[in-house]
Design a protein around this ligand. Sequence first.
Ligand SMILES: [Zn+2]
Ligand SMILES: [Zn+2]
Length: 180
Amino acid sequence: MDLKRIQSINLAQILEAPGTKEASGVIEDAIGLEKEQIALAEEARWSVTVTNVGEEFWLAGEIHGTAMMECRRCLAPTPVPVHAYFQHLLRYQPGTEGVQLVEEPEEDVYFFGTPDLDLSGFLAEAFVVELPLAPLCKEDCAGLCPVCGANRNEVDCGHDQDAEPPHPLSGLGALLGKLD
Ligand SMILES: [Zn+2]
Ligand SMILES: [Zn+2]
């Protein structure tokens, strides 16, 4: 088994004693939470430290990699570099299943129930939050022709470059006219 592919950190040594643990690894192919998987153009690398700060644990980490998304305008596969940082407060609560967010008045705390802390949720969340809503293959991507669908980065199909798609209600006037 390749230890570097396990997204967790073992905190047995610092559960009852002050100290800091470090871990790092890689995520290949895809990252995400359950069904929401984002394809990776390049593997993502992560590293974290967890420090026992008394009652609680302080998790700080970073992840960087390149997601493969779709250009919002022309749909071309578009690599999107991501560099994300995160930090969370944790509390060891034996019996907790997995990692659970508990919202508290002062600060949200994540409870965990085993010395082996699963990091996959923290890593995926930090990464996905950094993704752009409308990725572009290049700043001036010309997009697809609204008339014929041609990729205007590659061909000049000859249609009016400023043509707007027909307004969905543009046929309504004619229709109303017929009703008179
Ligand atoms: Zn594009
Ligand atoms: Zn066209």
